[in-house]
Design a protein around this ligand. Structure first.
Ligand SMILES: [Ca+2]
Ligand SMILES: [Ca+2]
Ligand SMILES: [Ca+2]
Ligand SMILES: [Ca+2]
Length: 110
């Protein structure tokens, strides 16, 4: 998994598109008009599986949730703990009880 959100383009109607013009997700803006939540379908199966959030409004996404196995249940939370734009920590809920039971950390980003 790449740590960055990749190259994406935001349309006025709330769609997110990749460089080839394919719609890959949706986005929301905050009161100031900044993009603060982006949901994307990373594996192109038609189901949105990754949602990242800019919780402090500084223009970089530092928290996200990922449905890694495509079952429609978000099972992994990713966090950019040092604010460099690369997600470096993941908390994984393997048994779907809503609590993370496995954590991974890579200071260089995934
Ligand atoms: Ca998907
Ligand atoms: Ca931020
Ligand atoms: Ca899942
Ligand atoms: Ca980081």
């Amino acid at each position: 998994m790449s740590g960055s959100t990749g190259e994406m383009y935001f349309s006025a109607d709330g769609g997110v598109y990749d460089a080839s013009g394919t719609m890959i997700g949706t986005y929301e803006t905050d009161d100031a008009g900044r993009v603060d939540v982006v949901s994307t379908d990373t594996d192109a199966d038609g189901v949105l599986d990754t949602t990242v959030s800019d919780t402090d409004g500084n223009g970089t996404f530092e928290t996200g949730v990922v449905d890694t196995d495509g079952d429609g249940y978000y099972d992994t939370m990713i966090v950019d703990t040092d604010g460099d734009g690369d997600f470096d920590t993941a908390a994984i809920d393997t048994d779907r009880d809503g609590r993370a039971d496995t954590a991974a950390h890579d200071p260089a980003g995934f």
